[in-house]
Design a protein around this ligand. Structure first.
Ligand code: DGL
Length: 284
């Protein structure tokens, strides 16, 4: 499919994908470090949440989204979703060998390095824990460390509705994380891109003795390394445009993006896509 690029993109953008608003935590970090880069964000809110889905299903969606982003001339694709990375990163690189991909993996390595008592917690989606990527990260980086895992599907839904700091959100967070506190963790890895939006509420609930590990800034640094290595950096100093597309409701995406990112989200453009025959196309 070869829709012309919207006029907001005179230069090829970085594509950023997620099931919903979670990847905006990565987009925010990319904007902070690489402000001139144009960004094409794609939220598959017709299918959110990805976490309870099968790996095969998430891989199918992710491949189709990447195909759409590439048709829009994306020069680099950030898989700003741990679940999609776990399900599809290998397949993406095999299917589109000419496109660089930056994916997510739970930040077990820094947590295992920094733990004082040898007990770390990882919160992510069920699908992320099932994927081979998580087992491989634990196998490579967490020798001799106890890794307590916990799926937190409600946290995804809280971020999707912009409810990041209500009394109800805090109650859900407190209740859900209690087993990890009982296990004595001193590091808590945010293994889902929706969770950084809950980070301050999570920190309040787990207390200062637990360090929260948010990989967003490290992912944005990796984006910078790939841009440099491939000579893909956007020239110019004015802020890059952001176009946020959703397979759900663009007005709803806009209002939640404003809750999560503040007034910066007002400067973005928003558009609707729809699924048809397993591919994405502009919604009428
Ligand atoms: N934000 C996603 C992740 O990083 C997916 C959450 C979901 O859709 O369940 O895993």
């Amino acid at each position: 499919m070869t829709d012309p690029l919207p006029p907001v993109f005179p230069a090829p953008p970085i594509g950023v994908l997620d099931s919903g608003v979670g990847g905006l935590s990565i987009l925010r970090a990319i904007r902070a470090q690489h402000p001139a880069e144009p960004l094409l964000y794609l939220a598959d809110q017709a299918h959110v949440p990805y976490g309870p889905r099968t790996i095969d299903e998430v891989r199918t969606f992710t491949l189709a989204i990447a195909r759409y982003l590439i048709a829009q001339r994306a020069k680099l694709i950030v898989v700003a979703c741990n679940t999609a990375s776990a399900a599809a990163l290998h397949a993406l690189r095999a299917e589109f060998p000419h496109i660089p991909f930056v994916g997510m993996e739970p930040a077990v390595k820094p947590a295992a390095h920094d733990t004082h008592n040898g007990v770390i917690g990882v919160i992510a989606t069920e699908a992320t824990f099932q994927g081979a990527l998580f087992a491989s990260v634990v196998g490579r980086f967490a020798q001799g460390v106890r890794v307590e895992t916990l799926a937190c599907p409600e946290f995804v839904l809280l971020a999707e509705t912009g409810e990041t700091d209500s009394p109800r959100a805090r109650e859900i967070i407190r209740h859900r994380l209690a087993p990890l506190l009982d296990a004595g963790i001193d590091q808590l890895v945010l293994g889902c891109t929706h969770f950084p939006f809950l980070a301050s509420a999570i920190q309040d609930e787990v207390g200062p003795a637990v360090t929260i590990v948010d990989p967003s800034a490290a992912v944005a640094r990796q984006v910078g390394r790939v841009l440099d290595a491939r000579d893909l950096r956007c020239e110019g100093s004015s802020p890059g445009r952001v176009l946020a597309c959703t397979t759900g409701d663009p007005a709803a995406l806009r209002s939640v993006a404003e809750m999560l990112l503040g007034p910066e989200a007002d400067t973005f453009d928003y558009c609707a896509l729809r699924w048809r025959g397993g591919a994405l196309e502009p919604a009428p």
